[in-house]
Design a protein around this ligand. Structure first.
Ligand SMILES: [Zn+2]
Length: 155
């Protein structure tokens, strides 16, 4: 039982690593940029990130939709003779899911930061309302909590 579970986690891990690697090579091609050192430029950077991540998410969704279409076209007959095709396709889909989840998570963070800017609450802690230190924001532009509150949350 324990062995089975371990194998399962290992497989999941492998998929996640591969997905990460693919995401990494992808972002290299699209040159993922670091947040600007100047916080005044952060809004522009966030808007560009929002655009880039939205496009990436759409690309993944299109690919998944295409896979579903080819599924329907092939129905069962094709896979019955080629179980390996099904396996590799399932694997591709899992990879897309993993990438999609991380892109979506990132996009949510970008959106939250932009919303806070709009409301004029960017840089203030969501929990205690005190300003978040600039050094923290520079390192973590998506931080919504000050260091103290983050620490309390993790304790
Ligand atoms: Zn706080």
């Amino acid at each position: 039982m324990a062995v089975k579970a371990a194998v399962k986690t290992r497989t999941k891990k492998r998929i996640r690593i591969k997905a990460k690697r693919r995401a990494a090579s992808k972002s290299k091609r699209k040159s993922r940029r670091k947040p600007p050192a100047d916080l005044k430029k952060l809004r522009g950077w966030l808007l560009e990130e929002q655009e880039r991540l939205t496009a990436e998410l759409q690309e993944i969704e299109h690919r998944t939709a295409r896979m579903d279409e080819s599924d329907r076209a092939n129905e069962l007959s094709a896979y019955e003779d080629h179980p390996a095709d099904l396996a590799s396709e399932t694997f591709e889909r899992e990879k897309d899911l993993a990438i999609g989840e991380s892109v979506e998570g990132m996009l949510n963070k970008v959106n939250t930061a932009l919303e806070k800017m709009e409301r004029g609450t960017y840089g203030t802690c969501d929990a205690c309302g005190r300003p978040i230190k600039k050094a923290r924001l520079k390192a973590l532009p998506f931080a919504t909590l000050c260091l103290d509150c983050q620490g309390r949350l993790e304790r």
